[in-house]
Ligand binder design. Structure first.
Ligand SMILES: Cc1cc2nc3c(=O)[nH]c(=O)nc-3n(C[C@H](O)[C@H](O)[C@H](O)COP(=O)(O)O)c2cc1C
Ligand SMILES: [Mn+2]
Length: 448
């Protein structure tokens, strides 16, 4: 993370704030602001009542998301897919900066860190950018994922993860054996680890190896002090603990990816056994809330890549896919394809609505439409589709728990729109102004 901060400074994409700010809403307000203005990351150096500075909005801009992938917009999907195909095993080292300070049992206190209260009706402070590491109790295979963590007291965190998340699979297996699940939470890690932890890496594949694939060199790990787990040696802060079996407590509400508050209900808790950190840690904060936030950007590129691969297996005519952040990087999916035979677009709509990511709205467009540009996709809907014959509605699908519009029984309907030009039908010429490609970016000229 420190190397990434240096890169942002070089590129003039980090602002240091000296003004004293509060953990309650102050940190969140800065991140909200840079998220809404495609602004720089912020380093808040003076947090009231805390000595640890807060870095926020690292992924509040897609620009920085692409830098973390070390990719251009066109190559970002491939960068992730290449890492999936070329995982690098991590390397265990004997010590690292994340264990310069070690606090065990009673001396561990997570509340000494500037854990922000982000949104107005959040139940309390949250750790949002901590990578939760655990092992499958049966196979021992490691997993790393990002799940919201409610700071409940000095040594207790609430953990909220959807049932399909991999940590939930581990928790379920541990509970079947009536044993606690060991976990570690690494905060302020190499961006490659954050990207891998936020991605839909297949179950049973170690996200550390994917991070190594992204870095094209092994990730360095150290052994935890009180649990049988490993964490990136360069982490800023590490929390070690156990999730006791069959213990549930109220969690949330917390401002979520949908732009609405989400209640976790009765959820598992982490009992902290140790906290280790650098001598001078930087606390990494990240916003989840009304799109677009760190949450949407961090997931976006890898989610697109995963669905692209899934759909391409059956439909090689797919050109591009995109989950716009407006849909919480989930509910809306745009697909462009070179359709070749009658019915192919309807077939891909059915396939996409049945994917594990379960979008609620799928729009299929021709390959000349840029799926990253919602204006162009809406244009295609406006002028290429006839609703009566170009839409598909399926009822009774599993709903997204955080979507407040789902039915009382948890189910949801879904809509597919075929916004491709009808096969074999001649459309008029599209309007075009010659020579525009020769005009420089005047916007940048005036700002320079
Ligand atoms: C900032 C951020 C916060 C997230 N918070 C949660 C969360 O609270 N609960 C959840 O189920 N998923 C959350 N996610 C999504 C998961 O990290 C993502 O689905 C990931 O694939 C999970 O890893 P896994 O597949 O190994 O379980 C979050 C993602 C990001 C980027
Ligand atoms: Mn996983």
């Amino acid at each position: 993370m420190r190397a990434f901060i240096a890169k942002l400074k070089d590129r003039d994409d980090l602002v240091e704030i000296e003004k004293e700010e509060d953990v309650k809403f102050g940190v969140g307000a800065y991140i909200r602001k840079v998220s809404d203005t495609d602004g720089p990351a912020v380093l808040l150096k003076n947090i009231r009542g805390h000595s640890v500075p807060v870095l926020g909005g690292l992924f509040a801009s897609r620009r920085r998301g692409l830098w973390a992938y070390e990719a251009q917009e066109e190559g970002a999907l491939d960068t992730y897919l290449r890492a999936l195909r070329n995982p690098h095993k991590p390397k265990l080292v004997s010590n690292g900066p994340c264990q310069e300070i070690i606090k065990k049992e009673e001396s561990a206190d997570v509340t000494v860190f500037p854990n922000p209260v982000y949104s107005e009706l959040d139940v309390g402070p949250y750790i949002t950018m901590g990578v939760t590491i655990s092992k499958d109790p049966e196979t021992g295979i490691r997993n790393a994922g990002l799940y919201r963590l409610q700071v409940k007291d000095k040594r207790r965190l609430g953990l909220w993860a959807s049932a399909f998340q991999h940590v939930s699979v581990h928790l379920n297996k541990a509970e079947n054996q009536n044993r606690p699940l060991e976990v570690a939470v690494a905060l302020g890690v190499d961006p490659s680890v954050l990207l891998a932890a936020a991605s839909k890496t297949p179950y049973g594949m170690d996200e550390y190896e994917v991070a190594g694939g992204l870095r094209m060199k092994p990730l360095e790990l150290v052994k935890c002090k009180t649990v049988d787990l490993e964490v990136p040696s360069s982490s800023e802060i590490v929390i070690e603990g156990n999730v006791p079996p069959n213990v549930r407590e109220e969690e949330g509400p917390f401002g979520e990816v949908t732009g609405y508050y989400g209640d976790g209900g009765q959820s598992p808790v982490i009992e902290i056994s140790a906290i280790t950190h650098r001598r001078d840690p930087i606390y990494l904060a990240g916003l989840t809330g009304m799109p677009t936030t760190d949450n949407h950007v961090l997931k976006g590129i890898s989610y697109d890549a995963t669905v692209y691969e899934e759909l391409r297996r059956t439909f090689p005519d797919v050109r591009a896919v995109h989950f716009p952040s407006a849909g919480g990087t989930r509910n809306i999916l745009f697909i462009s394809m070179e359709s070749r035979y009658e019915g192919e677009t309807k077939a891909i709509i059915s396939a996409a609505l049945g994917l594990n990511s379960r979008p609620k709205l799928v729009v299929v467009v021709d390959p000349d439409i840029n799926v990253y540009d919602p204006v162009k996709v809406l244009w295609a809907i406006a002028f290429h589709s006839q609703p009566a014959k170009d839409s598909v509605i399926i009822e009774g699908l599993p709903g997204f728990r955080l979507d407040p519009s789902i039915d009382d029984d948890g189910s949801s309907s879904a809509l597919g729109i075929d916004a491709t030009r009808p096969l074999g039908r001649k459309f008029p010429e599209m309007v075009n102004v010659p020579g525009v490609e020769n005009i420089p970016d005047l916007n940048r000229l005036t700002r320079a």
